[in-house]
Design a protein around this ligand. Structure first.
Ligand code: ADP
Length: 314
């Protein structure tokens, strides 16, 4: 796997995670057992976690272990955020969501054992490919929408949908991950007020912050994702976040001259990127859009070669 992903294997390991990590489990009968994991390659780092391959020495099962240092959890807000991520992610089980196996802790760290996605994220895919074809985008979007339909049916809003949180497993299936900013609504129609998200993908109503936000923020991000996959960069990208926020609020984006994307793709992006959340289509309306009915057949899975090179035309 390392040879296929040189970018991952050359990232420096600066952690103080032990080579062997022990999980102490107390069974209901009071018996104490230990599971041992050996730390494999470094997979990446996020806002507050480092992620490594972990191999269970008994079962040989391989996981992606998201490791959070307890030293970073001193503030109550940080602890609550991690607890919320664990509570929400562990309640979800779907083919297009990163599997959450279990979590445990030792003196120094909290460990979240997740389904390993060895083909990295759509962010690395796009870095290699620059942009992808419409057929590939259709295939990926159908999987992302399946994940969104599932979480929304559970009243969960992801709130940080972006290509860096769309993981690719060894079978080339898309898996939505990182529920660090997700929230669960307690009742229908509830609006959330906390400002969160990633600048390029954040919905205008989150920036305005007045009347709160709901599931439509994920729909907005889906529009940003589709634009990014087909054009090669996010619609509101600038060199300054404040400028980006201004462009989002003004809905100022365009399709670059010479971009060879279909009228159907442009139409779907334009339908989704509406500043008024109520004017955005819901997920079923998106699925009925002509963008998904142009091809005779949208592949369920793409070949591994498309991680680096475009699919052949045939
Ligand atoms: P944070 O919540 O701190 O932002 P992320 O969940 O985004 O952390 O993970 C950080 C990085 O670790 C990701 O960008 C990715 O490179 C890697 N990673 C995370 N989860 C997995 C996984 N399930 N399989 C493979 N790599 C992963």
């Amino acid at each position: 796997m390392n040879s296929k992903n040189p970018k991952v294997s050359c990232i420096k390991d600066q952690s103080d995670v032990d080579q062997i990590v022990e999980e102490h489990i107390i069974k209901p009968n009071g018996e104490n057992t230990i599971s041992r994991y050996t730390k494999g390659r470094f997979l990446g780092k996020g806002g507050f976690a480092r992620v490594y391959e972990f191999i269970n020495l008994d079962t040989k099962r391989i996981f992606a272990a998201k490791i959070v240092k307890k030293a970073t959890l001193i503030k109550a807000r940080a602890r609550q955020k991690l607890m919320s991520e664990i509570k929400i992610h562990s309640s979800l089980k779907h083919q297009n969501i990163v599997g959450f196996d279990h979590f445990f802790e030792d003196v120094n760290n909290v460990y979240l054992l997740l389904e390993l996605c060895p083909n990295q994220t759509m962010s690395e895919l796009l870095r290699r490919r620059k942009r992808i074809t419409e057929l590939e985008a259709q295939c990926y979007l159908l999987q992302i929408i399946a994940a969104m339909k599932y979480i929304h049916s559970k009243k969960v809003i992801h709130r940080d949908l972006k290509i860096g949180n769309l993981f690719i497993n060894e079978k080339m299936e898309i898996k939505l991950g990182d529920f660090g900013l997700a929230c669960k609504l307690e009742y229908d129609g509830q609006k959330k007020k906390t400002i969160c998200g990633t600048p390029n993908y954040i919905a205008p109503e989150v920036l305005e912050g007045k009347s709160g936000h709901s599931f439509e923020v994920d729909i907005w991000s889906l529009g940003v994702i589709l634009y990014t996959l087909l054009i090669g960069k996010p619609p509101f990208e600038t060199d300054d976040v404040h400028k980006t926020y201004r462009l989002i609020k003004m809905n100022a984006y365009s399709f670059p001259d010479g971009s060879r994307i279909s009228e159907q793709a442009k139409s779907l992006i334009t339908r989704i990127l509406k500043n008024d959340p109520e004017r955005r289509p819901d997920l079923d309306e998106i699925l009925q859009h002509e963008f998904f009915h142009m091809a005779n057949c949208i592949p369920k899975i793409l070949p591994v070669s498309t991680l680096a090179v475009p699919p052949s035309e045939s």
